[in-house]
Ligand binder design. Structure first.
Ligand code: PXG
Length: 453
């Protein structure tokens, strides 16, 4: 067992490493050094074994330690470590992965554009959407509508499409011609009406925005089937059918951001299939490779693909690592292992129903105002008062997240909402352990607040 000098590593980290989404001065030299992982557990440099209820960052769908993926990477690296797909060249891993993805995708999806991340996928979406309308003779249709508190990445385009105000406030003007509408966050913004009514109201804010802008300006609407980084916001059932109706009625492109919801997270290959919507473009990443190597892409529906192919000539867009051979080989093997292992059936028939039942049991905790889940996504709304559902002052979520780590589980805090997104291979006993550790973490937080003895 390799020994790590945690203090040395922390010191060097604090001296040289700027972390993503981290206040580096607060982090200082207190980073938790993760050195290993197996199944649904990560191991830190002190040998602590922690249940990773976030599957890394919503991505390690097959769990850690899958030697088949390591072997796929090693074999491909030996055979062809890198080549590109520019300038009329291609390589077997990218070709095979593209074919595989179109077999798994809805039937109107027959083409894939590869990228290196979810953010690059959404940058690609912007370029494709605007090019599509140029080719259709409507170049003034440039506006893409997203949602407040939506998350679509951290490039300028991804951050602009997203609706996270703190990101917009940093780093100067966002991308032009991006607008945002309401999010279908019933617990936080719609409780004075039924979920059904609120879902329609939130969806119809899209129609209002289209009318406000003028349909001749509107190119597309982008949304996550379930908002992930925004706090696992599960839309009311009335939401997506109304969004689809509005997009169809006005002829605007529908983009379903499947970076989190894709590849089994909701028990189907794609979240769009769970909600029975027909997107024109589907950005993907994360679960595509179970995070073992960085790869993303855009699944392109026939309406856009045929126009780009028939009328578009050379599409001046792409990345050095678009369809990288080792990344594509790992992604292909990842999808094969999901099929061979019956992972979708496991999520749909075993893990998600059991998780829903066990996760809901946390609703009785003094700190919890709502426990919700869909597939293997879960959220707990922390409240100061279970009757009025009054929220805490900011900071309790972060404190609960730290208690989680000390208890032995990774949960993500989004404001005062605790979220989980465990590996899809989680078993029923492991779900029991996840819920037990979550409850212990909530208890520790409640004791610190003097709410529990
Ligand atoms: C829906 C969605 N779309 C695009 C991206 C961007 O993907 P890349 O990160 O690979 O560029 C994401 C990423 N989502 C994401 C990434 C990092 C952290 C967290 C968090 O919830 O803490 C969430 C995402 O969740």
């Amino acid at each position: 067992m390799h020994q790590y000098n945690t203090q040395d590593l922390r010191k060097q980290d604090g001296q040289h490493h700027l972390h993503p989404f981290t206040d580096t001065k607060d982090l200082g030299s207190n980073s938790r050094i993760i050195t290993g992982a197996e199944g649904i557990y990560i191991i830190d440099s002190e040998g602590n074994r922690i249940l990773d209820a976030m599957a890394g960052l919503w991505c390690v769908n097959l769990g850690y330690g899958r030697q088949e993926l390591v072997d796929a990477a090693a074999t491909q690296m030996t055979e062809l470590p890198y080549y590109n797909n520019f300038f009329k060249t291609a390589h077997p891993p990218a070709i095979k992965l593209a074919k595989k993805l179109t077999e798994l995708a809805p039937e109107h999806i027959n083409h894939v554009f590869f990228t290196g991340s979810g953010s690059e996928s959404n940058d690609t979406v912007v370029r494709m959407v605007r090019r599509y309308w140029q080719l259709k003779g409507q170049p003034e249709k440039t506006v893409i509508i997203g949602r407040r508190n939506g998350y679509h990445g951290s490039t300028v385009a991804g951050a602009s499409l997203g609706g996270m105000a703190p990101m917009h406030e940093q780093g100067g003007p966002m991308l032009a011609d991006v607008e945002h509408i309401a999010q279908p966050y019933w617990f936080g913004e719609g409780r004075e009406m039924s979920p059904e009514a609120f879902g329609l109201l939130a969806a119809r804010s899209l129609e209002q925005k289209i009318k406000e802008l003028g349909v001749d300006r509107v190119a597309a609407f982008i949304a996550e089937p379930v908002q992930g980084a925004g706090g696992v916001i599960i839309p009311p059932d009335s939401y997506w059918p109304e969004i689809q109706r509005i997009c169809d009625h006005y002829g605007i492109l529908l983009i379903a951001d499947e970076v989190i919801c894709g590849f089994g997270r909701l028990g189907q290959w794609f979240g769009s299939q769970h909600f029975n919507i027909k997107p024109d473009l589907m950005p993907i990443a994360k679960g595509l490779s179970s995070g073992y190597l960085p790869i993303g892409g855009v699944l392109v529906g026939d309406r856009v693909a045929e126009t780009l192919i028939e009328q578009g000539g050379e599409f001046y867009h792409g990345f050095t690592y678009s369809g990288h051979p080792a990344c594509a080989a790992v992604a292909l093997r990842n999808l094969e292992l999901m099929e061979e292992g019956g992972v979708l059936e496991h999520v749909r028939e075993v893990a998600a129903p059991y998780f829903a039942e066990r996760w809901a049991s946390l609703a009785d905790h003094p700190l919890v105002g709502e426990a919700r889940s869909l597939g293997l996504l879960g959220a707990l709304e922390l409240v100061a008062d279970k009757t009025s559902l009054a929220r805490f002052e900011p900071g309790i979520g972060g404190r609960c997240r730290d208690n989680c780590f000390n208890t032995g589980i990774v949960m993500r805090s989004v404001g005062e909402t605790m979220v989980v997104s465990p590996p899809l291979v989680i078993t029923k006993p492991e779900i029991d352990e996840l819920v037990r550790l979550a409850r212990e973490s909530l208890d520790a937080t409640a004791r610190q607040l003097g709410i529990m003895s």
